[in-house]
Design a protein around this ligand. Structure first.
Ligand code: SF4
Ligand code: SF4
Length: 94
């Protein structure tokens, strides 16, 4: 009987190859009120005029992921819990 050795190559998870996205946006819950657009201190949110969601509104979109600092202000002002905000990876914070 032969014994198969484990693959000696280092394993790299898919997460390491995925570009970091600071926000998950539940666009079908957005009512287009623009509270988040006004609250964002880095002006990286806008309503997507090319899209109409299930509620009949233009939903918000993140126009510049690199400009988002995960400050969470958008999530705090949104009345419809549209945002989930992720903290930046440790290496990106320094
Ligand atoms: S987390 Fe902060 S910087 Fe990022 S989109 Fe929301 S308000 Fe703007
Ligand atoms: S605050 Fe919420 S409901 Fe209003 S535009 Fe932003 S994501 Fe949409």
């Amino acid at each position: 009987m032969t014994t198969r050795l484990a693959d000696p190559a280092p394993r790299v998870t898919a997460v390491e190859h995925t570009p970091f996205t600071p926000l998950a946006i539940a666009t079908d819950r957005c009512k287009g009120c623009e509270l988040c657009v006004t609250a964002c201190p880095h002006h990286v949110l806008e309503l997507d005029q090319a899209v109409v969601n299930a509620l009949g509104y233009h939903p918000v979109r993140l126009v510049d992921p690199a400009g988002c600092t995960s400050c969470v202000l958008c999530a705090r002002v949104c009345p419809d819990a549209v945002f989930t905000v992720f903290a930046p990876r440790k290496e990106a914070r320094s």
